[in-house]
Design a protein around this ligand. Structure first.
Ligand code: ZN
Length: 80
């Protein structure tokens, strides 16, 4: 996954962020690492935290920030 071109990654991130922004009720933010994960997941696959923020506005803002941020984490992995 890290071998892919930056443009491809950027498009992928933007696409996923858009999906989250349009369906914020399906996602939540990990309180430990700020990853966005599916609401059905009970433990964060990234940091194994089990506390989450589920407010739609926060999910939307976080998705937009992650889409525009330099890739630095696995925030968008294991979401689907
Ligand atoms: Zn986490």
């Amino acid at each position: 996954m890290e071998e892919e071109s930056p443009n491809h990654l950027l498009n992928e991130r933007a696409r996923r962020a858009d999906k989250i922004v349009r369906n914020p009720e399906k996602y939540k933010i990990c309180a430990g690492c700020e990853s966005i994960i599916a609401v059905k997941v009970s433990i964060c696959p990234n940091c194994h935290a089990y506390r989450f923020m589920t407010e739609r506005n926060m999910v939307i803002v976080q998705a937009q920030q992650l889409a525009n941020r330099e890739p630095r984490s696995v925030a968008f992995r294991d979401m689907d």
